[in-house]
Design a protein around this ligand. Sequence first.
Ligand SMILES: [Zn+2]
Length: 363
Amino acid sequence: MTAVSPAPAEATAHTSRWPMTPELAALPKVEMHIHLDGTLEPAMKLALARRNGVTIAQSSEEEIRDSFVFHDLPTFLAVHYSNMDVLWTSLDYEELCYAYLSTAASQGVRHAEMFFDPQLHTSRGVPFDDIVRGYRRAIVRARSDFGVTAELIMCFLRDYGADHAMTTLMSALRYRDWIIGVGLDSDELRHPPAEYAAVFGRARREGFQITMHCDVDQVDSTEHIRQAIEDLGTQRIDHGLNVMESDALVELARTRRIGFTVCPLPYSTHPTRGLPELEVIRGMLDAGLLVSVGSDDPPYFGGYLGDNLQFMAEVGGFTLQELWLTQVHAVDIAWVSARRRQELLEELAGYARDHALDPSAAE
Ligand SMILES: [Zn+2]
């Protein structure tokens, strides 16, 4: 597929269901759980389908939004994977990433560490290089245009197994300077972290940082969290709310300063969930865990990072102090240079002073 018309797809006006208060809008933010593949807004899907000559089942943004019907992780993944068919060229990936960073910056995001799943695309015939080079160009442009810094984290899809993950890791080695870490996502059923021990061992030896998804209420969730921390040496758990079911796991995570990246709005879309997760998140904060906030896949779940924080405030009663603390935690666990970390912490300290927050809460 080749581009046959000029770039149509960079503007993604985000109409928020959870508009931030002015004081929350001013909070400097750090996004630690965002899937670039999951940021494809309906308008961009339509534009890319047209440009790339891909036939899709929907003809309007509304129809695309109406197609976002799912009730658990497997049904979500089925909807999400089908939307990937419009992404083909390096320019497509550049526009996708630039649009996300543009929207994030407009919500006060200063730094983002972004997942991408190359197997969703290389399995359809898209060259690995086109994906990574497109994302990289967007990161460079967004830094220049918005001052936002960003890093790439390559995730392996559990569905494809360990051998395919290792092959994908080998493809990433020549982009070692552009990909800061590796992660693990997609359907956990029958795919425990231990299955990927060799892949993550090699990744660590190659110098990649390590994170992995342990989604909420999966089969063997607490055992997956234990394996990820103890056996695979992960530095972060993406989601990981079930850690609170085990005092020993909480202690382990606290001792090793494991970062958790939680995503409030996505939990609220589950028919049997919502508020309980917000209480668990507060419990994680109160237990002294390093909890940061992410938006996961914004078009599917109703919002970007600012929306998620506003949702926490409005529905969960989280205070500005608590929301500020999640941003300090995000900086703590971010894979940034000492200089960039200092810049971000100084900005958050300035915000705390201006809003009469207690900075000792972060110590
Ligand atoms: Zn995720």
